[in-house]
Design a protein around this ligand. Structure first.
Ligand code: ADP
Ligand code: MG
Length: 494
């Protein structure tokens, strides 16, 4: 691939070495497991967590004479993903054999795509905060088979193999070397995962191995020629990607500043030690003897097929964010929180429908998400439904309850459930807007505290104390604005 540097060096991202500043260059190869019921070339199930070797067909076990048959759903998923990455879709692509020996790969080769992948160049937009936008190039996306898994810890002298994963469809999504920090790499993975989840083409669960990243890292003098890279294989959490990059960049800088040079090699990240270590040098690794798989025809489809898939795509996160800001008047910050998951965006829209959007967003983000977070629950497990939260927002909006009482109501909805309006009615939580009733309380408090009234005339800050007293006396139900206005005029504060 021809490498073009699309970035202007940014001193904020430099690393200080003993001899001067260094710039990190990162490119990611992400393996994303395609969401599909069956494998890429066989009808065996892809279900996670089953007993070893229960998802294995004769094709996956590479019995002699078995023929691969392409799973059209996997093709559709790859095209959808390409469209979601604003990428060129190749109407003709080719499956190749990538030859290598591994005990967990009984075919002796992996079926992959080499020179003609199904998806070409695309891009992913990263918003790094403070208005900094970074567009990261996607080099390609190709389809390939996953391998099985060797198990070395089941027996003292033997290794076992589990072929459940063997033949499962993966999308390998290769970025250009456009990333310049561990934070950018983390933002890239987070955004990619959000897009895949919106599309429903990969569940993005890194802890189950359905998304993992090979992290290519090099360092250079800022804006200089690209340095030699090392590839850190199979990093399986976004946090580890950041740690691996920081460690690896430091390691390379140390070597270069000591007058050494970087060997292009494959390394592994050890999350316990927080270090990378050499796995193999590139020279040993790279003669795969790719050639087109004679068992498979080139994969061809027409533009109408692509267009049909395009018309079925959901609204994507960037578009949703733009719409949330324009239509609901949300801040970019709030919109970002809501759009990370499709489910949270949908939940918000259900609450906000026909209501004050800003108020709805506050209740969804601060109260509901805050509480879910605290209790370690997913939105799918929320005890307060969108309809209930919407009911609460209505009661706040029309002044039936104060913001403070609304929090009590939320607590009741969370622990006991029920209909918000009914709860407020039956438990006497309505805000007192009857000015006469509030005035009576105000008069009582003023009469009982003559010195404080004198002080408040000098120090208007003391008004808060009076407001507190009235609120206490009314069980928090007095309309706070009415209380404030009455107190001010009676005490004589402007
Ligand atoms: P290979 O197939 O041998 O792994 P590629 O040229 O396809 O090599 O690149 C793989 C990944 O390495 C890509 O994500 C690319 O962006 C990244 N990459 C290429 N050159 C560099 C470099 N000098 N520093 C960091 N990453 C790089
Ligand atoms: Mg590679």
């Amino acid at each position: 691939m021809s490498i073009v540097d699309t970035r202007t060096p940014d001193p904020k991202k430099f690393i200080k070495g003993a001899t001067g500043d260094w710039e990190i260059v990162i490119g990611l190869e992400v393996h994303a497991q395609v969401t599909s019921n069956a494998k890429l070339f066989s009808g065996a199930s892809t279900e996670f967590g089953r007993d070893p070797n229960s998802n294995v067909s004769l094709v996956d076990a590479a019995m002699p004479g078995m023929l691969p048959v392409i799973n059209e759903e996997c093709v559709a998923q790859a095209v959808r993903t390409g469209l979601g990455l604003k990428a060129a879709i190749n109407l003709r692509s080719v499956f190749d054999r990538k030859n290598y020996f591994y005990p967990d790969l009984p075919q002796g080769y992996q079926i992959s795509q080499f020179k003609q992948p199904i998806v070409g160049e695309g891009e992913i937009l990263l918003e790094m905060g403070d208005g900094e936008d970074v567009t990261v190039g996607v080099e390609r996306l190709h389809l390939e088979q996953d391998a099985g898994k060797s198990l070395h810890d089941q027996h003292a002298t033997m290794s076992f193999v589990d072929l459940n994963r063997s033949g499962v469809a993966l999308m390998e999504i290769v970025s250009k070397p456009d990333l310049r920090s561990g934070d950018e790499a983390k933002a890239y993975l987070t955004k990619l995962r959000t897009i895949l989840r919106y599309l429903g083409t990969c569940d993005g669960n890194m802890d189950q191995g359905s998304m993992r990243a090979d992290v290519n890292v090099s360092v250079r003098a800022p804006g200089g020629d690209f340095g030699t890279r090392c590839e850190i294989k199979n990093v399986n959490s976004i946090r580890f990607v950041g740690q691996a990059i920081d460690y690896e960049a430091r390691r390379q800088i140390g070597i270069l500043e000591d007058g050494g040079s970087i060997d292009q090699e494959t390394r592994l990240f050890d999350p316990v030690k927080g270090e990378t270590r050499s796995m193999r040098s590139k020279e040993e690794a790279h003669d795969y003897r790719y050639f087109p798989d004679p068992d498979l025809l080139p994969l061809e489809f027409d533009q109408a097929y692509v267009d049909a898939l395009a018309s079925g795509l959901p609204e994507l996160p960037d578009d949703k964010k733009t719409r949330f800001i324009a239509d609901y008047g949300l801040s970019a910050y709030d919109a970002d929180i809501l759009i990370v998951e499709r489910a949270s965006a949908d939940f918000f829209e259900e609450v906000a429908k026909g209501r004050d959007a800003k108020l709805s967003a506050n209740w969804v983000i601060n109260e509901l998400f805050g509480r879910l977070n605290k209790e370690g629950l997913d939105l799918g497990e929320t005890p307060v439904s969108a309809a209930q939260l919407g009911g609460l927002v209505d009661l706040v909006k029309d002044g039936t309850i104060s913001g403070k009482i609304a929090k009590d109501l939320f607590e009741i909805l969370w622990t006991e459930g029920g209909d918000p309006a009914e709860i407020v009615e039956t438990r006497g939580m309505k805000q007192v807007t009857d000015l006469g009733a509030i005035e009576a309380e105000v008069d009582k408090i003023i009469a009982a505290n003559p010195e404080k009234v004198e002080q408040a005339k000098e120090k208007p800050g003391l008004l808060g104390w009076f407001v507190g007293q009235v609120m206490k006396a009314t069980g928090g139900k007095a309309n706070p604005k009415a209380v404030n206005d009455l107190l001010k005029s009676k005490i004589g504060i402007e």
